[in-house]
Design a protein around this ligand. Structure first.
Ligand code: PEP
Length: 250
């Protein structure tokens, strides 16, 4: 049975001091629950200051991005092994801001996923179509391409999480309808079945929805069988709001 996973993508917000305050407040608002998992993706510079606070709690830590080499002359980059040393157990790959602003391709995503998995960290691959691609009925093709190419070197026996984030819904206040999200998640699970060699393996993989998630719109979505949680941007910056999303009655 898949657990529900609630992930906070802080993007370039909450430095070390604010991150510590957030985590203290957040831990006071949630209770351990066998059916739920939480993960926070802070800016990398915040990781080491919040790790001691989250250690032993139900909240895991993740990196927002990494490089696809272990070490060397790659100024400004951080390797999966370095994230692991700071307590991260997840790393985001292919967030639409990385794809659009920093030109990250499916091929780059695939190299990152390989190294992340080899380091025993769980990659969370973000996929999703732009507004234009949806208008032109290309959503399925985009998902197929991003998953097939992004997971090219992924070993299906290693853990994986997917975040379906339609680009038009990220930070825009426009949220996919629960039916739209469920339809995309079903498609993703079907493609994962082909990649991972069977529906049974695909059924184990958590698929999160992301895009303008708030306490008000998350409840209805949670009732859909293929929506296994949320990747939350803006609404994850306030402990109370993220806690409300992460504690929706199941
Ligand atoms: C995100 O950054 O992954 C995201 C979904 O952002 P927001 O919730 O602000 O739309």
């Amino acid at each position: 049975m898949r657990k529900k996973l609630f992930a906070a993508n802080w993007k370039m917000n909450l430095g070390p001091k604010e991150g510590v305050q957030f985590c203290r407040d957040f831990l006071n608002l949630i209770s351990p629950d066998a059916q739920r998992e939480w993960v926070i993706f802070p800016p990398s510079i915040t990781l080491s200051s919040i790790y001691p606070i989250l250690k032993g709690s139900p909240v895991k830590l993740g990196g927002q991005n990494c490089y696809f080499e272990e070490k060397g002359a790659f100024t400004g980059e951080i390797s999966p092994g370095m994230y692991r040393e700071c307590g991260a157990t997840y790393i985001l790959v292919g967030h639409s801001e990385r794809r659009q602003i920093f030109g990250e391709s499916d091929q780059i995503c695939s190299r990152k996923i390989k190294l992340i998995s080899e380091n025993g960290i769980i990659p969370m691959l973000c996929v999703g179509e732009t507004q234009m691609e949806r208008d032109e009925n290309q959503t399925q093709d985009v998902l197929k391409r991003q998953l097939n190419e992004g997971l090219r070197f992924w070993n299906p026996s290693t853990p994986l999480t997917i975040a379906y984030e339609p680009v038009w819904a990220i930070g825009t206040g426009k949220v996919a309808t629960p039916n739209m999200a469920e339809e995309a998640h079903l498609e993703i699970r079907k493609i994962l079945g082909q990649i991972a060699g069977g529906a049974n393996r695909a059924a184990e993989i958590q698929i999160l929805y992301g895009g303008s998630v708030k306490p008000e719109n998350s409840r209805e979505m949670m009732a859909f069988p293929n929506i296994d949680g949320f990747l939350v941007g803006g609404a994850s910056l306030v402990p109370k709001t993220f806690a409300q999303i992460g504690q929706i009655p199941l």
